[in-house]
Design a protein around this ligand. Structure first.
Ligand code: ZN
Length: 132
C-alpha cells in the first residue's frame, strides 16, 4: 500500500510511550484486565496507536472474559494483516496494523457470530475516539 508508515526504531521509541513501544514494536502483551479499553462500552472508533488507522468499531466489541479488548470484525477490510505466530510453543495468528505494522494482538477462531472470530487486542496498541 502506498500510504504505509515507515519509521526507524529510534523514531518509534520517541513517538510512543515505553509500554506502547514494547507491545506494538516488540510484540509484547499487556497484563490482562489492566488495559484502558477492556471494559469500555461507549460508541466510537478504535484506531492504531502507531499511525491512527481505523481498526475497529465499538459495535463489534464484546467481552470475551479474557482481560483484553475483543472484537469480532475489523472496521475496514485490509486494515489488519495476519501473520502465523509459532512463539511460546503455540500456533497462533498474530494481527498487525497493515499501515505501520504495529503488533496489535492475536485473532482466534472462537468468537461470536457472524464472523466466528475473536480479535484479542492490547489496549495499549489502540486509541479510542467516541462518536457523539
Ligand atoms: Zn498503524
Amino acid at each position: 500500500m502506498s500510504d504505509k508508515i515507515v519509521k526507524s526504531d529510534a523514531e518509534w521509541r520517541t513517538s510512543l510511550t515505553p509500554e506502547q513501544y514494547r507491545v506494538t514494536r516488540q510484540g509484547g502483551t499487556e497484563r490482562p484486565f489492566s488495559g484502558a479499553h477492556y471494559l469500555r462500552t461507549e460508541q466510537g472508533d478504535y484506531t492504531c496507536i502507531g499511525c491512527g488507522a481505523l481498526l475497529f468499531h465499538s459495535d463489534t466489541k464484546f467481552d470475551a472474559g479474557c482481560g483484553w479488548p475483543s472484537f469480532w470484525e475489523e472496521a475496514v477490510p485490509g486494515a489488519i494483516v495476519r501473520i502465523a505466530d509459532y512463539s511460546h510453543g503455540m500456533v497462533r495468528t498474530e494481527v498487525r496494523c497493515a499501515r505501520c505494522e504495529a503488533h496489535l494482538g492475536h485473532v482466534f477462531p472462537d468468537g461470536p457470530e457472524p464472523t466466528g472470530e475473536r480479535y484479542c487486542i492490547n489496549s495499549v496498541a489502540i486509541d479510542f475516539k467516541s462518536i457523539d
